[in-house]
Write a protein that binds this ligand. Structure first.
Ligand SMILES: *Cc1c(COP(=O)(O)O)cnc(C)c1O
Length: 382
């Protein structure tokens, strides 16, 4: 079956009692046994639940993996992956990874004896230099947040394989509709399902997709042992959201391209960061490894904080909010919001300034979004 058919038709037909078209929610903590030796496949919801299993089946299929575990948040998915490693193990990650991931690696797991290097993943030579005999994993996030840098997944997976390390990709910004890292050799894919997979800003959740049986088994064990699986209600909502993933992503991207072009042509804008623009430095790479350019974009206003504020307070159709991937458009200011936990120096090194504004483009009519943003930008100049 093709991708969008699998979105709709995987993880369904679970109700042989009444033939409900929609997978039921099983809000039960425990399941009774038929006798001392047998149950119906489930015994306790932390370990397994039919609604969650239906979601896992769906996501594993979309990412091209063997198995999936759905977790309570994106961060708990990352936490579970970190438990594959031992003190002394070394992990390489991009210098511009999601702030919460950086905090977990740098502040929490470093003090547990895991070693991390944060490098510019766009530079294969620098990546090669960071490898040590203890390197067990390379953590890939592409495009990056908030400046939409794209890195070559296949190249990094190859470097890792030669070094005897695995690759893990955080595919949250793209969704499997637009990018399937396993097709480029990645071993483990994780998501914050809070974003595009659920898509409606009403759940926090995560997932881990594996392809090697030993990873599937170990991640399953860890998710149960840590107790980080998602609730049946949340699993049900994400499964519902996934049914419309393809049409949503298409609508998101239409708006993003229209906004990117508007921004690129506007005199109040100094720079636009969007892989869909031919001027983006990794436009060709994005075209090669992605099936579309996504719906996250950032830009620098001409001027400084005052001009940025005029845009942020001037727009009416964009909520001033963190997060991304929902049907409603959001605008955010990395300097004081998503990236405030970085030091000023780290922000400047990453290219984030007080001119930088990030947009998560929703699925509203692009004409309305363009008109609203243009009006706010025009006001910058008066
Ligand atoms: C949001 C996000 C996370 C964290 O997910 P939560 O669901 O908020 O815990 C991790 N990585 C990326 C790229 C994200 O956007």
């Amino acid at each position: 079956m093709k991708f969008q058919t699998r979105c709709v038709r995987t993880g369904v037909d679970k109700d042989s009692s009444y033939n409900s078209v929609i997978t039921p929610i099983y809000p039960t903590s425990t399941f009774y046994w038929d006798d001392l030796e047998s149950n119906r496949g489930y015994d306790y919801t932390r370990s397994g639940n039919p609604t969650r299993a239906a979601l896992e089946e769906n996501i594993a299929s979309l990412e091209g993996g063997e198995a999936c575990r759905a977790t309570s948040t994106g961060m708990s998915a990352i936490t579970a992956v970190m438990h594959l490693f031992q003190p002394g193990d070394h992990i390489i990650a991009g210098h511009d990874i999601y702030g919460g991931t950086y905090r977990l690696f740098h502040d929490v797991y470093s003090s547990w004896g895991l070693k991390f290097s944060f490098v510019d993943m766009g530079d294969a030579a620098r990546l090669g230099e960071a490898l040590t005999p203890q390197t067990k994993a390379i953590w890939i996030e592409t495009p990056s947040n908030p400046l939409l840098r794209v890195v070559d997944i296949a190249e990094i997976a190859e470097i890792a394989r030669e070094a005897g390390a695995i690759t893990v990709a955080d595919n949250t910004f793209m969704s499997p509709y637009l990018q399937r890292p396993m097709e480029h050799g990645v071993d483990i894919v994780m998501h914050s399902t809070t974003k595009y997979l659920n898509g409606h800003s009403d759940v926090v959740g995560g997932c881990i997709v594996t392809r090697a049986p030993e990873h599937s088994e170990r991640i399953g064990y860890i998710v149960n042992a840590l107790g980080v699986a998602c609730s049946p209600f949340d699993a049900w909502l994400v499964l519902r959201g996934l049914k419309t993933l393809g049409p949503r992503m298409e609508a998101h991207q239409r708006g993003a391209m229209a906004l990117a072009e508007t921004l690129a042509a506007h005199p109040s804008v100094e720079h636009v960061y969007y892989p869909g623009l031919p001027s983006h430095p990794q436009h060709e790479l994005a075209r090669r490894q992605q099936d579309g350019f996504g719906a996250m974009l950032s830009f620098d206003v001409a001027g400084g904080r005052a001009e940025a504020e005029r845009v942020l307070y001037g727009v009416k159709l964009f909520y001033l909010a963190e997060s991304l991937g929902g049907v409603e458009s959001l605008v955010s200011y990395p300097e004081t919001m998503s990236h405030a936990s970085m030091t000023l120096e780290a922000r400047r090194n990453a290219g984030i300034t007080e001119k930088t504004i990030r947009i998560s483009v929703g699925i509203e009519d692009p004409e309305d979004l363009v008109a609203d943003l243009r009006e706010a930008l025009d006001r910058c100049r008066t």
